[in-house]
Design a protein around this ligand. Structure first.
Ligand code: C5P
Length: 226
C-alpha cells in the first residue's frame, strides 16, 4: 500500500482541471500528473507512425515501444517523444480529438497505467484526467469532479484559442466538445464519471481561484502523509 497522498481532479475537457491542478500542486508542493498529456502523446505517436486510429491493433503496434518523457514545465508539462520536444503539437485540437479516439481502447489504457502511477511520489500528487479517482488512484485522499456547462467550456476554449491568434466559431467548438464528451462518457472502458465519493464542483460561474479555494478548504487533512 502506497500512502503517498493523491488528490484527483476528473471532469470533461474545458472545465478548468488543468489550471486548477497546476495551482493546487504548486500550493501544496505536490507533483503533478496531466494524464491527458499521456493519451495525447500516445495519439501523436500513433499519428506519426501512420497508425489507423480506429484499429486497436494498429495503435498498439505504434505505441508499444513509445519512448516518451514528461517533465514539469511552467505551462504544465513538457513532452518529449523519441527525444523530440512535441509539446506544441500536443496541445492542438486535432491531437486532443485523436487522444480521445485511442483512449477508448482497453489495451491502450492498460499500457499507460504504470506510467501514470509512477508519478505518485512523496510528498504527494495532484492528478488530473477522466479516470484518476475511479481507476488509476481509487485510494486517493480527495477526489474532485470538476464540471461546467458545455456553453461555458466552449466560450473558455474560444478565448484561449483567440489569445493564441486562432479564430474559431463557437458552433464548431460546441460540436467538437459535445462529440468528445460523448465519446469520453459513453466508452466501455473507464468512462468519464464522477467517483461515488467525489466532491463535485460546477465551475460554470466560478473563477479558477474560487475553485482552488473550495478545494483547499476541504483538504487540510490530506496535505501530509500519514
Ligand atoms: O484532458 P485532455 O483534453 O488533455 O485529454 C485528451 C483526451 O484524452 C480526452 O478527451 C480523453 O479522451 C483522454 N483521456 C482519458 N483519460 C484520462 C485523461 C485523458 O481518456 N485520464
Amino acid at each position: 500500500m502506497d500512502d503517498t497522498p493523491v488528490i484527483t481532479i476528473d471532469g470533461p475537457s474545458g472545465a478548468g482541471k488543468g489550471t486548477v491542478a497546476q495551482k493546487l500542486a504548486l500550493t501544496l508542493g505536490f507533483h503533478l500528473l496531466d494524464s491527458g498529456a499521456v493519451y495525447r502523446a500516445a495519439a501523436l505517436q500513433a499519428l506519426n507512425c501512420g497508425a489507423d486510429l480506429n484499429s486497436e491493433k494498429s495503435v498498439m503496434a505504434a505505441i508499444s515501444d513509445m519512448d516518451a518523457t514528461f517533465q514539469p514545465h511552467p505551462d504544465g508539462v513538457q513532452v518529449m517523444l523519441g527525444g523530440i520536444d512535441v509539446t506544441p503539437q500536443l496541445r492542438l485540437e486535432t491531437t486532443g480529438n485523436a487522444a480521445s479516439k485511442v483512449a477508448v481502447m482497453a489495451r491502450v489504457r492498460e499500457s499507460v497505467l504504470d506510467e501514470q502511477r509512477s508519478f505518485r511520489q512523496p510528498p504527494g500528487l495532484v492528478a488530473d484526467g477522466r479516470d484518476m479517482g475511479t481507476v488509476v488512484f481509487p485510494d486517493a485522499r480527495l477526489k474532485v469532479f470538476l464540471s461546467a456547462s458545455v456553453e461555458v467550456r466552449a466560450l473558455r476554449r474560444a478565448k484561449q484559442l483567440k489569445d493564441k491568434g486562432i479564430e474559431v466559431t463557437i458552433e464548431s467548438l460546441l460540436q467538437e466538445i459535445g462529440a468528445r464528451d460523448d465519446r469520453d462518457s459513453t466508452r466501455e472502458h473507464s468512462p468519464l464519471v464522477a467517483a461515488p465519493d467525489a466532491f463535485i464542483i460546477d465551475s460554470s460561474d466560478l473563477s479558477i481561484s474560487d475553485v482552488v479555494t473550495q478545494i483547499l478548504a476541504v483538504i487540510p487533512q490530506v496535505t501530509v502523509a500519514e
